[in-house]
Design a protein around this ligand. Structure first.
Ligand SMILES: O=CC(=O)O
Length: 335
């Protein structure tokens, strides 16, 4: 940890507001002792029950899976709030301009999540290519018969992967894909340095369309912004090969889900593997849940023991830097 915390005890420590401890939307119990070394933890329940005393204490908020919800009312009731740290990389759940207008800084956790999210992307790619979920259901269903031809998958080795969004997660996916001898194409707002491209053997496509029509697997890794909302729609799916697979590990709304259902039903593309949807979770009667050529996981992209521990460490590092008036390692600015 680069920022040396001042030695203070319990109540004197800066107040850190968290949604709850444990439970459905709470920080992990395992992280509490670590957080308590640096902060006086205040849950939303404690804050709401004793707003008068608590509101001045809170100097930072730690957002765990988008909770607590940050709105104008909450910001107005926290006069000493300096910083909000997010437990992940995507900031689409926060109104960045609103938060900044209160003079509050924001940080995400890009270093902590890149490996685990890249692993999730590759796991989905492999599972979809080799029809692991369909195979699992057959293997565990007593008496289910199948013939050799039932589970013909797609060979990953040597196939072409198109990565849309070449930030730190996209780059780690490329590193992994290289080990599978894949041909790698990528599209990104800014082109990577030549040495970085060469290190993973990635070819830059200035136009997304060029990537879409060549790739056997298209992996979406961009953050959700007004510019990327429904970036992959009917037109883009029609540009893809009928044998291609779409993998989304960014945010559900980057893909037009209605168009995706039609594309999957009518064979416009072969399959999809989605860690993200809208809404999350999908309603039980959603057509995507009925299609055999779709794998859906419940937004588990970053979730490993190591990544969640690192996220909390990265958050603490950012908060301590902000409170000390130092540059934050992963500050996020409104665009
Ligand atoms: O969804 C995961 C993240 O935003 O890091």
């Amino acid at each position: 940890m680069k920022v040396k915390p001042k030695i203070m005890k319990g109540e004197e420590l800066p107040g850190l507001l968290v949604n709850e401890i444990g439970g459905m939307h709470g920080i992990l119990h395992d992280h509490v002792e670590f957080l308590k070394k640096h902060f006086c933890l205040i849950t939303m329940k404690e804050f709401l029950e004793n707003k008068k005393n608590m509101s001045k204490k809170v100097q930072a908020v730690y957002l765990w899976w988008h909770k607590p919800v940050i709105d104008k009312d909450l910001l107005q009731s926290l006069p000493n709030l300096k910083v909000i740290a997010n437990s992940g990389v995507g900031m689409d759940h926060l109104d960045l301009k609103l938060v900044a207008s209160f003079g509050v800084k924001m940080a995400n956790a890009p270093c902590a999540v890149s490996s685990s999210t890249a692993d999730t992307g590759m796991a989905l790619l492999l599972a979809s290519a080799r029809r692991l979920v369909e195979g699992y259901h057959v293997a565990v269903s007593p008496g289910m018969e199948y013939c050799e031809a039932d589970f013909l998958g797609v060979e990953v080795t040597g196939a072409t992967l198109g990565i849309i969004g070449m930030g730190s997660i996209g780059y780690k996916i490329a590193l992994r894909a290289k080990a599978f001898e894949m041909k790698i194409l990528y599209h990104n707002r800014t082109r990577r340095k030549e040495q970085e491209e060469q290190a993973v053997g990635a070819l830059y496509c200035e136009k997304i369309d060029d990537l879409l029509c060549q790739a056997d697997f298209v992996m979406v890794v961009v953050s959700l912004t007004p510019q990327t909302h429904k970036l992959i729609g009917k037109r883009e799916m029609e540009l893809m090969k009928p044998t291609a697979t779409l993998i989304n590990i960014s945010r559900g709304a980057v893909v037009d889900q209605e168009a995706l259902v039609i594309a999957l039903r009518s064979g416009v593309i072969r399959a999809a593997a989605l860690d993200v949807t809208y809404p999350e979770p999908l309603p039980r009667d959603h057509p995507l849940l009925k299609l055999k050529n779709v794998i859906i996981t419940p937004h588990l992209g970053i979730k490993t023991d190591k990544a969640t521990r690192m996220i909390t460490e990265e958050a603490v590092e950012n908060i301590l830097a902000a409170l000390a008036g130092l540059p934050m390692p992963s500050e996020v600015h409104p665009s």
